[in-house]
Design a protein around this ligand. Structure first.
Ligand SMILES: Nc1ncnc2c1ncn2[C@@H]1O[C@H](COP(=O)(O)OP(=O)(O)OP(=O)(O)O)[C@@H](O)[C@H]1O
Ligand SMILES: [Mg+2]
Length: 445
């Protein structure tokens, strides 16, 4: 979209190619659309009004990255690993692994760290690399997103594509081409995302996994492997045996980081959740919003619906804001966020968390209270668990399916039913802060 006072910038870059990575890493933060009063909005010419609403929708769809304690911990560890990985070429640089459930913000955190690291390296060493035979562009970070059926050849082709090199030739030729670039452009971090696509029970997958381990051993680069259930899939160790055992040894020395879903069972968890919601709330551009709109009024509701997964929460917020703008409500309430079928989903989800097979009405009542009073009528329905099939989008997302891993012990109150403890309004140190708040600091996302 172009023109007008509220022009929204298009940012459809692809970080898997060098030009897209640079565009993303070097872009200025988005500008928050101004918060207009209802009368000002009403006075906008029709096209300006559409642009204003679209600029707000784009803003709400791209909130963050928010610095949660989990993100902070990952950042700190990665900074330490990359900062200390200065071994000479004949020594191995230990790799990092970010292994967590789906939808918790792994890619977001990895990209944000890569972006920060990119800027740091260029600021410190300059945009060019001088070698004996000329000058190369410094490319401190490379990002590869694996797909299913990644083979040695397609992996090497992916590397070549990132560096803008020809993709013709067999796996060896492509590897050779990419290696030359790796040596000259001084990458210091290579992020390999969605590593769970490698199936180490198949020969293809094992070959690629071993190739990575070989690359991590021979290139003066820190590899950051990101994925879901990597240890369980055998990618870190036991899946590789026999002649692969040497690499398996290497993998065992890798630094494995993880990110936990949010929880509201403990006071610390409740505080973090509330700080996250406060951070989000502060960033929203809704005319009728009030302080505490989501952090004060909807913490349990949002937890019940998102089961503490970032992806579900942010998609709910983004869609909710879109609806709030479209309907003119200009604020977020449980009523506005509640979709057809959502009430049943809330109950079913809370019951699954509490007791996978429980159909007791009392528990259903607790779940309904936690989710929304609007759902109470539905709580009379027996067999709620079987109704999850009619749940809205979040129910189908892998993030929510993974919620079962957070199942409390039988008889324990479901985490989503625990009341949030009121906390101080301002985020305290070590708590959630928005990227905007952190901007200008060393940990700028
Ligand atoms: N720190 C954050 N701040 C704001 N939003 C976030 C943050 N982390 C995650 N999100 C939201 O959650 C969505 C999913 O995050 P992301 O893709 O990083 O998760 P993931 O763990 O990589 O998921 P998957 O396992 O499916 O690859 C993002 O598109 C974004 O909307
Ligand atoms: Mg991801």
């Amino acid at each position: 979209m172009t023109g007008g006072r509220f022009a929204a910038e298009e940012r459809d870059w692809n970080p898997s190619v060098k030009s897209g990575w640079f565009a993303m890493a070097e872009a200025l933060p988005r500008t928050r659309p101004p918060l207009l009063a209802a009368e000002e909005i009403a006075a906008l010419p029709a096209m300006e009004r559409r642009r204003y609403d679209q600029a707000r929708a784009a803003w709400h769809a791209n909130l963050g990255p928010i610095r949660t304690p989990q993100v902070d911990a990952v950042f700190e560890a990665l900074e330490e690993i990359c900062g200390s990985n200065l071994q000479d070429g004949d020594k191995v640089r230990p790799a990092a692994v970010l292994d967590a459930l789906p939808g918790l913000g792994k890619t977001t955190a990895a990209l944000a760290f890569g972006r920060w690291f990119h800027r740091e390296q260029i600021e410190m060493h300059g945009p060019q690399v001088k070698t004996g035979d000329g000058t190369w562009q410094r490319i401190p970070v490379a990002y590869l997103g694996l797909t299913s059926h990644t083979t040695m050849r397609s992996l090497n082709a992916m590397l070549c594509r990132f560096y803008g090199l020809p993709e013709r030739g067999n796996a060896d030729l492509l590897a050779h081409r990419a290696a030359e670039c790796v040596m000259n452009c001084k990458p210091r971090l290579i992020v390999v995302d969605d590593v769970h696509f490698l199936d180490v029970t198949r020969r293809d997958g094992r070959e690629v996994a071993n190739h990575f381990k070989w690359l991590a051993n021979v290139f003066p680069v820190t590899f950051l492997f990101v994925g879901v259930g990597l240890r369980a899939r055998g990618l870190l160790d036991e899946g590789l045996a026999g002649t692969d055992a040497a690499f398996s040894q290497t993998a065992r020395r890798w630094n494995v980081l993880t990110m936990d879903p949010f929880e509201i069972r403990t006071q610390a968890g409740q505080r973090t959740w509330r700080q996250l919601l406060l951070g989000i709330e502060r960033d929203l551009v809704l005319t009728s919003a009030w302080r505490g709109m989501i952090a004060g009024d909807l913490p349990e509701y949002l937890f019940a619906r998102s089961t503490g997964h970032f992806a579900s929460l942010m998609s709910m917020i983004g869609r909710g804001c879109y609806r709030a703008i479209k309907t003119g409500a200009e604020s977020l309430t449980a009523g506005l966020l509640l979709n057809e079928g959502t009430a049943l989903f809330i109950i079913a989800n809370a019951l699954r968390l509490a007791h996978p097979s429980h159909r007791d009405k009392e528990l259903a009542g607790q779940a309904a209270t936690a989710g929304s009073t609007l759902a109470t009528a539905e709580a009379e329905t027996s067999g709620c668990c079987s109704l999850a099939a009619s749940a809205p989008a979040e129910a189908e997302s892998p993030a929510c399916c993974a919620a079962a891993t957070g199942v409390p012990a039988a008889g324990e109150t479901p985490s989503c039913c625990a009341p949030a403890t009121p906390t101080a309004e301002a985020p305290s140190s070590g708590q959630v802060s928005t990227a905007q708040a952190a901007r200008g600091g060393r940990n700028d996302l």
